[in-house]
Design a protein around this ligand. Structure first.
Ligand code: BV8
Ligand code: ZN
Length: 254
């Protein structure tokens, strides 16, 4: 059984060998250490709420106030959250020229706040809302006081600018994610249960195109079976360790 140290060393060597063609694919687990609840974990959102009742167009149609109460509650948690060592290490890997881009399923905006430049938000962003009638978009600086919020332009209902179950992913972001997955030499899969489609196809597409898969998660997932390296540790600890190994290896010329 390899130690975290040995696994991180192997991962660091794969990332260095990829010469910048490494892409990260992240899920709710990368924000867990920031105090943002995941969906399916022990204290997961889906434990207390049922996604069908909230994260769907039908739920919004039926009860926009209830859906906005849920999103405002999540915005309040996220407003207090700060990027954690996992987000910061990914931003540093990008600065070092070793990470090309981050594809995220998260809507919390923490990768951006950590300084990530190249970022593809497959499921939208909780701080953005769009008008259900005229399409006008707004960005919230803080959770909306009155809910459901109304369009400043036409007065119709605003909806969170996130992808709900049964809704297609944004065209542009999906195409960009596919291209990044096809071209990646290494895919870092961090903190995702790999159960939500079509996002969950990304690791398979990267693998089919010859990428090495490094999975970081506190448990095994359906992705573990195609992972070349599976590091069972919290994301912050694991990615910081990989970053440390990269710096050690590049400091000591071979
Ligand atoms: C679509 C935005 C069609 C909103 C989200 C049956 C089979 C296959 C597919 C389907 C099916 N039935 C329905 C579908 C389709 C459905 C789907 O996949 N359902 C699943 C549940 C079976 N998909 C859709 O509906 C998609 N749209 O298919 O449209 C279409 C196509 C064309 C034209 C018209 C229509 C839309 C899916 C997007 C839904 N939106 N979020 C919001 O956030 O409110 S999904 C939601 O789940 C989040 O975005 C989240 O990111 C995503 C995935 O979850 P994870 O990120 O993986 O988080 P999770 O909690 O699950 O796991 C956390 C992981 O982290 C765990 O593994 C845990 O161990 C780990 N972890 C925890 N702590 C740490 C850690 N790891 C490391 N360190 C730690 N500290
Ligand atoms: Zn409007």
């Amino acid at each position: 059984m390899e130690t975290l140290d040995e696994l991180a060393e192997r991962a660091a060597r794969l990332i260095l060998k990829a010469r910048g063609e490494t892409v990260a694919f992240t899920g709710a687990g990368v924000s867990a250490e920031s105090g943002v609840p995941t969906f399916r974990g022990r204290d997961g959102l889906w434990k207390r709420f049922r996604p069908e009742e909230l994260a769907t167009p039908e739920a919004f149609e039926r009860n926009p106030r209830l859906v906005w109460e849920w999103y405002r509650w999540r915005m309040e948690i996220i407003a207090r959250a700060r990027p954690n060592p996992a987000h910061l290490a990914l931003a540093e890997l990008e600065k070092l020229g070793l990470l090309r881009c981050v594809i995220t399923q998260n809507v919390d905006g923490l990768h951006r706040e950590a300084g990530q430049q190249c970022l593809v938000e497959l499921h939208g962003n909780i701080w953005r809302a769009r008008c259900t009638k005229c399409g006008h978009r707004v960005v919230f600086r803080e959770p909306p006081r009155e809910i459901p919020p109304r369009c400043p332009r036409c007065g119709a209902l605003l909806r969170p600018d996130v992808v709900w179950f049964g809704e297609p992913l944004p065209e542009q972001e999906w195409r960009q994610a596919l291209q990044l997955a096809r071209e990646a030499r290494v895919l870092l899969v961090i903190g995702t249960s790999g159960v939500v489609y079509p996002a969950a196809l990304i690791p398979t597409i990267a693998k089919e195109n010859g990428a090495k898969i490094i999975e970081i998660n506190i448990e095994k997932t359906p992705i573990t079976s195609i992972a070349d390296i599976h590091i069972e540790a919290p994301a912050g600890k694991a990615i910081q360790k990989i970053l440390e190994k990269i710096k050690q290896i590049t400091r000591t010329p071979i």
